[in-house]
Design a protein around this ligand. Structure first.
Ligand SMILES: C[S@@+](CC[C@H](N)C(=O)[O-])C[C@H]1O[C@@H](n2cnc3c(N)ncnc32)[C@H](O)[C@@H]1O
Length: 227
């Protein structure tokens, strides 16, 4: 999915399969947990804005919408993706949902203070390790409360499962190629420990979540109160 020459019907089908995989593997839960934690630590504000970067269809935000409805939170979610066709898919997927806006954009052009919380699901593993501190710094600058990352655990069992499942159940060449590759590019605790050694990322916490996910939270509140 890093190949921007891929678009049209093949991309539409790929995103539909990714939504199915996300649903079957409960991919929305870590993002919801991270957002809930930052919202609670910020004093449970009645208004909340979220910027989801590398959003794809943005399907993991559906749970956030119902969470906000239950708690009477005025939620605004902006889905940002670099690919124009992907943005069109997201627009169609959320047609009639006024709380969702879709914006085509590159995270390397992100301006500061774009939203209360910046989220990134299955996005960070697209970047080489050397680029991660700069990417996280950009996301932190764009957030007022903090950043929530939901990404994959690099583990042979997860790789073997997704390799076999995509060969058995998917005919989509991008899913067959990218899903196991994404696990291989996923994260190990030592990756997060290394990032935490940097002063600007010292607040980073990470937790393993079922089905080989990591929930990473980088709050800004403690940085504000300690300065
Ligand atoms: C694997 S998909 C993840 C989609 C979705 N977040 C999910 O959890 O299913 C990664 C997305 O990041 C987008 N992307 C890649 N580089 C980007 C960049 N520099 N800025 C914004 N989006 C980018 C791709 O177009 C792709 O839709």
């Amino acid at each position: 999915m890093d190949d921007r020459s891929i678009g049209g019907a093949e991309l539409v089908e790929t995103l539909a399969e990714l939504r199915l995989i996300n649903r079957l593997l409960g991919a929305a839960w870590p993002t919801l947990e991270g957002v809930h934690r930052l919202w609670r630590e910020a004093g449970q504000p009645a208004h909340l804005s979220i910027l989801d970067v590398g959003a794809g269809s943005g399907d993991v935000n559906r749970r956030l919408l119902s969470w906000a409805t239950r708690r009477n939170i005025q939620l605004q979610v902006t889905l940002m993706d670099i690919h124009p066709d992907t943005c069109r898919v997201a627009q169609t997927y959320y047609r009639g949902e006024p709380r969702i806006q879709v914006r085509q954009g590159d995270i390397f052009q992100l301006a500061p203070h774009q939203a209360d919380i910046v989220t990134a699901s299955l996005f960070l593993h697209h970047f080489p390790a050397a680029q991660l501190p700069a990417v996280l710094q950009l996301l932190l600058q764009a957030a007022r409360l903090g950043v929530v990352i939901n990404d994959l655990h690099r583990h042979w069992l997860a790789w073997a499962f997704i390799w076999a499942a995509t060969r058995l159940f998917s005919g989509n060449r991008l899913i067959r190629h990218d899903a196991p590759l994404s696990v291989r590019r996923g994260f190990h605790p030592t990756d997060f420990d290394r990032l935490r050694e940097r002063p600007e990322l010292a607040c980073l916490t990470y937790d393993w979540r079922p089905l080989f996910r990591y929930l990473v939270i980088i709050p800004k509140i403690s940085q504000r109160t300690s300065s």
